[in-house]
Design a protein around this ligand. Structure first.
Ligand code: HEC
Length: 195
């Protein structure tokens, strides 16, 4: 008989589990301490909450599929907002862009150097033909209006116009002026824009 077995036999008779004597084998009535039971109940409760909450039962919208769908809807919305924001917070139609751009072309003094109809004059080049000194992409026109080219006489407008206004007037040049064939158009300068 080992030390341990002796202890079971000799100590704490009242701790022997009732009716646990089976062929002389006895079981000590040794319940787990309360704190362990408490922790166990806590994890049990948590697992119930977790399963209900995250597996989406009963259809609370937290399951993976629904969560994914909701995220994609949010992404779509964000995309639309970004697109709208890049157009000055409103989604403008082509007509609105051209009307607004034409106004800016007058108000901001582009007409002084490019003519009332963008036909060009002694100072600035014709903006109605498809020949460009500095590139015909939307980016290069926006850059031209933003940064200007002071050494050649083109004013930088970044401190005089908002980025939205610059974009609008640039789109007006590309979509409203190019191809408009005004009278007294200045001879083409630069290279032809090939799509
Ligand atoms: C003070 C005169 C002046 C004003 C004001 C001016 N421009 Fe210009 N702009 C020029 C000159 C000069 C050039 C040619 C630069 C060069 O030789 O590269 C030019 C070039 C450009 C070009 C590039 C053309 C090309 O062939 O690459 C665009 C686009 C343009 N201007 C748009 C505008 C717009 C839009 C405004 C008004 C917001 C404006 N400009 C106001 C003088 C002016």
């Amino acid at each position: 008989m080992t030390e341990e077995n002796k202890n079971i036999d000799s100590h704490d008779d009242e701790k022997i589990h009732d009716g646990s004597d089976s062929d002389g084998i006895k079981e000590l009535n040794n319940p787990a301490p309360n704190w362990i039971i408490f922790v166990f109940l806590l994890t049990y409760g948590f697992s119930l909450f977790y399963a209900i909450h995250y597996f989406g039962y009963p259809n609370n919208g937290n399951d993976q599929t629904t969560e994914y769908k909701n995220k994609m809807v949010a992404v779509d919305q964000e995309k639309k907002q970004l697109q709208a924001a890049s157009n000055g917070g409103v989604v403008m139609t082509k007509e609105e862009i051209i009307a607004e751009g034409a106004k800016l072309f007058m108000q901001k003094g582009c007409i002084a150097c490019h003519g009332l109809k963008g036909e060009g004059n002694q100072i600035g080049p014709n903006l109605t033909d498809n020949f460009w000194i500095n590139g015909c992409s939307e980016e290069s026109v926006i850059k031209m209006v933003t940064e200007g080219k002071p050494e050649k006489g083109m004013t930088p407008f970044k401190t005089m116009m908002t980025p939205d206004q610059i974009k609008t007037v640039s789109l007006y040049v590309l979509q409203g002026l190019v191809g408009s064939n005004p009278e007294n158009a200045k001879a083409p300068q630069g290279v032809e824009c090939k799509p």
